[in-house]
Design a protein around this ligand. Structure first.
Ligand code: SF4
Length: 179
């Protein structure tokens, strides 16, 4: 099971290609300046069985992006999701405030099913600038970007960031990276 705050089933603004973005509920790291403080508490969202979550996603996707909240505060559910998504041919991108070694220790088997890991806590005093370009979809310069398979490379992370606005139930919902 995975406690999920919300899902955007089709987005081009949360990683390379057409992806489903899945925000997990709850984060114990609580970086100052985090853009999702409403996801800090563990209460909220909806508990999903992994198979049900994947069954709800559109058939034509390049992959899923799991972000938070802190996915590694739910290591079993996040690992189960990544493994199951991979088995369906989807690429897997995971954001974590933990560093790679801690991710591996907390969730054995997760990295074997992950194509791209963004690791480390967000630090608002170190805005991503990058050379020769900022890396897309990366919040701060201290965060690592690990290509764990050959599916993506740094070339996929060049270019301007984007935001998306959509109407959901009469509300405007925004996702993506405005700068
Ligand atoms: S780990 Fe992620 S969700 Fe948690 S506080 Fe840091 S940036 Fe926010």
């Amino acid at each position: 099971m995975l406690q999920v705050a919300h899902i955007v089933p089709r987005t081009n603004a949360e990683g390379p290609g057409l992806r489903a973005a899945i925000w997990t509920q709850g984060c114990t790291i609580r970086c100052p300046g985090c853009c999702n403080p409403e996801l800090f508490g563990r209460v909220g969202g909806r508990a999903y069985a992994v198979a049900d979550l994947l069954d709800e996603l559109p058939a034509v996707l390049d992959g899923i992006t799991v972000l938070g909240g802190e996915p590694l505060d739910q290591p079993e559910g996040t690992t189960e999701l990544a493994v199951a998504a991979k088995a369906r041919g989807l690429s897997v991108m995971v954001y974590s405030g933990y560093k790679r070694a801690d991710v591996d220790a907390r969730a054995p088997g997760l990295l074997a099913a992950t194509d791209v890991l963004v690791d480390g806590p967000f630090d608002g005093s170190l805005p991503e600038r990058g050379e020769p370009h900022p890396r897309r979809w990366i919040g701060s310069a201290n965060q690592g970007l690990h290509f764990l398979t050959g599916r993506y490379s740094l070339n996929d992370f060049w270019g301007p960031n984007t935001v998306e606005l959509r109407m959901v139930g009469g509300r405007v919902v925004v996702n993506g990276w405005p700068k």
